[in-house]
Design a protein around this ligand. Sequence first.
Ligand SMILES: NC(=O)c1ccc[n+]([C@@H]2O[C@H](COP(=O)([O-])OP(=O)(O)OC[C@H]3O[C@@H](n4cnc5c(N)ncnc54)[C@H](OP(=O)(O)O)[C@@H]3O)[C@@H](O)[C@H]2O)c1
Length: 266
Amino acid sequence: MSLGSAAASRLSGKTILITGASSGIGKATAYLFAEASGGEVTLILTARRVSVLDSIKTDLEAKYPKTKVYPIGLDVSKLDAIDKFVAELPVKDIDVLVNNAGMVHGTEQVGEILQSDIDIMFQTNVFGLIALTQKLLPIFKARGKGDIVNLGSIAGREPYPGGAIYCATKAAVKSFTETMRKELISTRIRVIEVDPGQVETEFSVVRFRGDKSKADAVYKGVDPLVAEDIAEIIVFAVSRRENTIIADTLVFPNHQASAMIMHRKS
Ligand SMILES: NC(=O)c1ccc[n+]([C@@H]2O[C@H](COP(=O)([O-])OP(=O)(O)OC[C@H]3O[C@@H](n4cnc5c(N)ncnc54)[C@H](OP(=O)(O)O)[C@@H]3O)[C@@H](O)[C@H]2O)c1
């Protein structure tokens, strides 16, 4: 069997829930799951921008007529909303959870970081991810298998100046992920972490509070990864044989060797 057809048969019939599916890595992952499964998946796509999710549904279902897409508004930083979201899931039997929603605000150094930025980064990247995972884990445990994919970052492995809070949130994701993998050792639930380096998405626009010129400067003289590069890693990991766990992946563009070491063309 070819790599592609093996992946398609392993993905076929799965229900996949992706947080932060309105943009960047989450959106690209939704498209790639549809493509790699031969269209035979159900996608529950969540984010705050529901109108964006609605157009993704229209586009995906036109391209892949056998794919069923449920676009659902979910702000993962609002822990009460998570309870309601899980209670009202249109399909309960989730096979794959991709905890992708995440964000960074600012580059201020310790002593100058706004409390509101600290709160929103922890609420979104850590508390929301933990709350959703805890609420959905009983579904995985009842079935005894499934995949939980958490988006970490090089920032969770190597803190850098101006990133104290974002780095701390991603270090928390790493620690949470590794604990869960150990706790679930007696099951067939796979716990997977993907840690990207520099990927050009809306991430930097959000970091610089909508200032596109500052965001563009981040990618000047370098050739960053694109969202599809990370989607390929996520879909590859989930479509391995059930006994194979791509536990942890660090992904850089070619010009990057660490959070701080990058080669820029002058
Ligand atoms: N880009 C990079 O260089 C990079 C590197 C390492 C790790 N990552 C991680 O990769 C993940 C995806 O980021 P990206 O690069 O694809 O950025 P992006 O293009 O900004 O996408 C972020 C997604 O998260 C959603 N989101 C943000 N806050 C949310 C909230 N409170 N509730 C629900 N959804 C929320 C956004 O949707 P709405 O605005 O519609 O809610 C959007 O769909 C993040 O966890 C990020 O930390 C990115």
